[in-house]
Design a protein around this ligand. Structure first.
Ligand code: CA
Length: 236
């Protein structure tokens, strides 16, 4: 179903020429685009009007793209905001840090604006697929979660999970490749008023890995933030 309102994109870039060019191409592609010329400005803007996707330059004055990304991911309100990072070739190690901290994709400068538009569209498509609430099942390799029957099978054999383990696994399966912070998981599965600590999440992740060996390598711990499900099923 095509959406009636154009998707909103926030471009965070301190170089006005690049920002304007990206805005132009995004608008040509049918998106609504705004520019923030610093990380602080971007963080302010997403509070007043939530974009559907952020294009975030790595090199920004005051706080850089990595820090912006980290702050967005650790705040439950914005944790799932899709982010494409813009980086320069020389910053490849920073790029990896950026992806670890939860950027969904990255584009290396210099880039063609058309290619960036294609990446934005691809990310929206990917997210629409995984966020589809009408799906009756979710899967990861030989692991299948039947949502209607509330049943999980591995290689066709039923795995017995507690309600919390089921909820945790469902969140991971719905967002492959995306970093989910402990706070976000705790709030959405245990609820805001849950009296516990983020360690609860670690304990449940460990139990899931014990019950489903396939997840042992597939659930990746992201330094100081939380967890993500690998977006690729390992052959093992
Ligand atoms: Ca820059």
């Amino acid at each position: 179903m095509p959406s009636l309102t154009p998707k909103k994109i926030l471009i965070v870039e301190d170089e006005p020429e690049i920002a304007k060019l990206v805005k132009l191409y995004m608008e040509k592609a049918g998106f609504h685009a705004n520019i923030a010329d610093s990380g602080i400005e971007a963080l302010k803007m997403i509070k007043s009007e939530r974009p559907d996707l952020m294009i975030l330059d790595l090199m920004l004055p005051e706080i850089d793209g990595i820090e912006v990304c980290k702050r967005i991911r650790t705040s439950p309100d914005t944790a799932l905001l899709p982010i494409i990072m813009l980086t320069a070739k020389a910053e490849e190690s920073d790029t990896i840090i950026g992806l670890e901290l939860g950027a969904d994709d990255y584009v290396t400068k210099p880039f063609s604006p058309k290619a960036l538009v294609a990446r934005v569209k691809a990310l929206f498509r990917r997210l629409e697929r995984t966020n589809d609430q009408t799906q009756s099942s979710l899967s990861f390799g030989t692991l299948v979660m039947d949502l209607a029957r509330h049943e999980v099978t591995l290689n066709g054999k039923e795995v017995s999970l507690t309600a919390k383990e089921f909820g945790l696994l469902e969140h991971l399966l719905r967002q492959p490749g995306r970093v989910l912070t402990r706070d976000v998981l705790l709030n959405s599965i245990w609820g805001y008023d849950y009296y516990g600590t983020t360690r609860t999440v670690d304990v449940h992740i460990r139990r899931l890995k014990l019950k489903i060996p396939l997840l042992d390598e597939a659930i990746i711990s992201v330094k100081s933030l939380g967890y993500k499900l690998s977006d690729q099923v390992s052959e093992k």
